[in-house]
Ligand binder design. Structure first.
Ligand code: SF4
Ligand code: SF4
Length: 155
């Protein structure tokens, strides 16, 4: 049971698309398609039909940048995620391992800045208990779940 994968806000890092390497995989897949079809070698030709291809060199740099910045993440408690995250900063100052330990959680203005799902999720963790909740999350992730699959923003 890896409690180190739980963010201070109750986010389960194991279900995060960045932690799961989804961005890196998506970029690598696109690069593979481009290389396989040799598009990268004929961009000047393609640009005669589609002007946006003139910007391909910048696009390559953006893809590299995405992998560099979001290709891997060690998880929230290990320093990943938003470096300026207000929830993490507040919890660390208390110090709490999660907002569920805080008596101000229900009305916290910092938590309110994030998606309503953040508070709902924290409430669920408090209700069912951390061990049961993390077990559920691990099972979902093992079945292929990722926060990216949700239609609503988590944070
Ligand atoms: S960095 Fe902030 S928002 Fe991200 S998981 Fe950690 S506490 Fe949550
Ligand atoms: S004050 Fe808000 S952000 Fe800080 S620990 Fe409490 S609930 Fe979390």
């Amino acid at each position: 049971m890896d409690k180190n994968l739980i963010g201070y806000c109750g986010l389960y890092c194991g279900a995060c698309g960045i932690y799961q390497g989804r961005i890196k995989q998506a970029v690598e897949n696109l690069q593979k398609v481009i290389e396989t079809y040799g598009f990268d070698k004929i961009m000047p030709e393609l640009a005669k039909w589609e002007l946006s291809f003139q910007h391909y060199p910048e696009f390559e740099k953006v893809m590299d940048g995405l992998v560099k910045l979001f290709g891997e993440c060690p998880g929230c408690v290990a320093g990943g995620g938003d470096p300026n995250c207000a929830i993490r900063e507040c919890c660390k100052q208390k110090p709490y391992t999660m907002c569920t330990e805080c008596s101000a959680m229900e009305s916290c203005e910092i938590v309110k800045r994030y998606s309503p799902r953040t508070l709902t999720n924290l409430q669920k963790i408090k209700t069912v208990g951390i061990d049961k909740w993390i077990g559920e999350m691990q099972k979902k992730v093992a079945e292929g779940y990722c926060y990216l699959d949700e239609q609503t923003k988590f944070l």
